[in-house]
Ligand binder design. Structure first.
Ligand SMILES: Cc1ncc(COP(=O)(O)O)c(C=O)c1O
Ligand SMILES: N[C@@H](CCOP(=O)(O)O)C(=O)O
Length: 431
């Protein structure tokens, strides 16, 4: 499979090259030149397949020419080696729990897949690759964990100071070895802009091999399709599901839509946003207006200029009516998020995290207008990552999983930096 740049000013590349580059030289995002179709039989019999078989079947066309079957099988089985349960919350809403991986967030799937691909592609290279990543909370921890100790790769994580939770910060600042955390005096958008500028900088690219582990990188983005198929495996007799995805950078929902175009049966997608409402506004007005992000209690979605929305437009060939038929998007305030967290806990004894609560609110409202439909929300992070909000709202302590308990004893190590690209450049050139 080859990948073209959405800016259409750079040549098409293989999966391997797209993974190594992260972003095309013309600053466009890479996009698959063809969307594979899964067979009707495969979809119909999906519950008879293992997660590993599904992973290989879905990913095989995307990596063709870059990974052989054995390598892909190894990478997929290491990527999906934890549970993805679909849990019933009430009569018509189910939660696809994506927080059973090592860093308790959905990012583990993409980060583990990409780290193993890059490790494989780098196996005979003399020069190290530097992976740059911007995080508003969860990507950083997942990438740190996924890439820890990977030969030939240094990881540099930029995160907004004071705007991530304690567990998120410890996950990305305590690994050591080949992982460095830069604590930026600014927002997630500043971090993302600095990283994107680095990919376009000649001096840096003449000196270092740079790539991204954000969802702009196809090896991080594409495997995020897999858990949509794992949801289908566990979905019985309720008609086509409405799928609601808490959205910030829009990589997750974009992967779901890609899966749908390949054959995953879905009634409708909802992109649930917090106060950062660029996409809900766009779907209402047709005017795409990125704006500075605002801080909310669902911090990992505090994104003012979502990188992947351009890929969603491409999937619908930039046809707004078709897009609006399949995808809607709503904004949910912090007050509503807290109210839903509390209501769901009291009524159904289910503890949502703030991102899942944003999705619950959007899905519940949508289903009230379509009352014979059923829905799945993607529970994208474990509530223990946001104890301040969750415990204050529910009045109950969140049980701490072992992977978070040990973190709380570790000491954060970060390098403070202003949100200035020149500071980042100088640091990278001298590191
Ligand atoms: C917990 C959580 N929910 C939702 C999102 C938003 O996902 P995306 O950026 O793919 O839209 C993120 C961050 O990516 C996250 O960490
Ligand atoms: N919400 C993300 C922001 C970056 O998203 P990505 O999927 O593009 O890496 C985070 O948790 O860091």
């Amino acid at each position: 499979m080859n990948y073209y740049s959405l800016n259409r000013q750079s040549p098409s590349v293989t999966f391997e090259e797209a993974t190594i580059r992260g972003q095309a030289p013309d600053k466009g995002l890479y996009f698959p030149e063809r969307i594979p179709t899964l067979s009707h039989n495969f979809i119909k019999n999906i519950s008879r397949h293992t997660k590993e078989e599904i992973g290989v079947e879905v990913m095989k066309p995307y990596v063709a020419g870059s990974l052989d079957d054995n390598e892909l099988e190894r990478i997929v089985s290491e990527t999906v080696s934890f549970d993805f349960p679909l849990v019933k919350i009430n009569d018509n809403i189910y939660s696809l729990e994506l927080f059973h991986g090592p860093t308790l967030a959905f990012k583990d799937v993409g980060a583990r897949f990409m780290s193993r691909c890059l490790g494989f592609f780098n196996r005979n290279k003399d020069q190290k690759t530097t992976v740059l990543v911007a995080t508003s909370g969860d990507t950083g921890g997942a990438v740190a964990n996924g890439f820890l100790g990977v030969e030939g790769v240094d990881v540099v994580i930029l995160y907004p100071s004071g705007k991530v939770s304690t567990v998120q910060e410890l996950q990305l600042t305590t690994c050591g070895q080949n992982i460095t955390a830069l604590e930026i005096n600014g927002t997630f958008d500043d971090c993302q802009a600095m990283v994107k500028q680095a990919f376009a900088d000649k001096d840096l690219n003449n000196t270092l091999i740079l790539t991204s582990a954000n969802s702009i990188n196809v090896a991080r983005w594409l495997p995020q399709q897999l858990y949509y198929f794992f949801a289908l495996q566990q979905w019985h007799d309720n008609g086509l599901p409405v799928i609601c995805v808490p959205s910030g950078n829009f990589g997750n929902i974009c992967a779901g839509i890609l899966a749908h175009i390949s054959g995953l049966p879905v009634q409708h997608f909802i992109a649930a946003c917090n106060a950062n409402d660029v996409v809900p506004q766009f779907l209402q007005t047709g005017n795409y207006q990125p704006k500075p992000s605002v801080a909310t209690i669902s911090n990992a979605m505090d994104v003012g200029n979502p990188s992947n929305f351009i890929r969603i437009l491409e999937l619908f060939q930039h046809q707004l009516p078709q897009l609006k038929e399949k995808v809607s998007s709503v904004t949910v305030s912090d007050e509503e998020t807290k109210r839903i967290l509390s209501d769901v806990y009291k009524k159904y004894q289910y503890t949502l995290d703030p991102h899942g609560a944003v999705a619950y609110k959007a899905l519940n409202e949508y289903l009230q207008e379509h009352n014979d439909w059923y829905g799945i929300l993607l529970e994208t992070a474990h509530p223990v990552k946001f104890p301040d909000v969750v415990e204050a709202v529910t009045g109950s302590p969140v049980a701490v999983p072992e992977s978070a308990a040990h973190l709380l004893k570790l000491e954060k190590k970060s390098i403070r930096m202003n949100a200035d690209f020149n500071d980042l450049k100088e640091w990278l050139l001298n590191k």
